[in-house]
Design a protein around this ligand. Structure first.
Ligand SMILES: [Zn+2]
Length: 289
């Protein structure tokens, strides 16, 4: 009997440690809410062995959809296949500014154009992304980034597609090119600009992506923006496996962290997670049309 209770104790402990935390990440009042993770790299090799489990866990916690981003043409076919395989998975195709250095522009753009052509009637295909400019890294030539970005904006304009943009330390330049090519639909991912810049993006028609970064209490500017910007202009994202929230600092990030990120946003804004989810569904739906 003593042995049995000993075993029961350990079984219970195992259950608590290995299973229950995933469900307890999310509080009772988050049940029956549905979230969209508007920026993931679900195709990343780091998820190879756990992908099925990771997405099931995210779905169990209320993440009903994800927008998976393309970054290099050699992953486009894999992304298309994953979107077919995993329910609630939508995708964008594009060439990320951090990866342009070894690429040949005409060749890469031709590959992107062919991928757009074969997906133009695919209901899971969202648009062009992840594209943009990065003013932070000095290892990627700025002019080459601009050439790739503008070539992809042209495709977005020609095919009437929204764009999903990487804008690190390049907020003003990005907006200048979007205006030039009359791009008025998409997401400025991981937004971290000023209130004035936020206003200009919103005016142009973009949604602003917020994720793990604002969960750090030291991120004062981001927290202020997340709290005060019009809710109709905000979308939530993880950028998994990158940009983990405060409670997973320096760890791999997953879509299943999104409900807790959402809960923090609801707390910041003083609204219920349910009310937040309702508005955010409207916001991300615009990108699906
Ligand atoms: Zn990304």
């Amino acid at each position: 009997m003593k042995n049995l209770s000993f075993i029961a104790f350990y079984l219970c402990r195992w259950h608590t440690v290995r299973v229950l935390p995933s469900l307890y990440d999310c509080t009772e009042n988050l049940k029956n809410t549905m979230w969209t993770d508007t920026h993931t790299h679900f195709d990343a090799d780091i998820f190879a062995k756990t992908r099925q489990h990771d997405w099931q866990k995210a779905q169990a916690l209320g993440v009903s959809a994800q927008f998976m981003m393309g970054v290099v043409p050699c992953h486009f076919a894999k992304i298309e296949k994953l979107a077919e395989e995993f329910t609630g998975t939508f995708f964008a195709l594009g060439i990320h500014p951090m990866y342009v250095m070894p690429m040949n522009l005409p060749q890469a753009i031709t590959q992107l154009k062919q991928a757009i052509e074969r997906n133009v009637h695919n209901p899971r295909f969202l648009g062009i992304g992840e594209i943009g400019l990065d003013g932070f890294v000095d290892t990627v030539d700025w002019h080459k980034q601009v050439d790739f970005f503008t070539a992809q904006l042209k495709l977005a304009r020609d095919y009437h597609l929204p764009v999903f943009m990487h804008i690190r330390k390049a907020q003003d330049a990005i907006l200048k090119y979007c205006k030039r090519f009359q791009i008025q639909r998409g997401i400025a991912h991981a937004f971290n600009g000023s209130e004035q810049q936020a206003g200009r993006y919103i005016e142009q028609g973009f949604k602003l992506g917020f994720g793990g970064a604002f969960t750090f209490t030291r991120a004062k500017n981001l927290r202020r923006l997340a709290k005060t910007l019009p809710l109709a202009c905000i979308v939530l994202e993880t950028d998994c496996p990158d940009m983990p929230p405060a409670w997973a600092y320096r760890q791999t990030n997953y879509s299943y962290h999104l409900p807790r990120i959402a809960e923090q946003l609801a707390n910041l804004r003083g609204i219920t997670p349910h009310a937040l989810a309702k508005q955010l569904q409207q916001n991300s739906k615009v990108l699906l049309q």
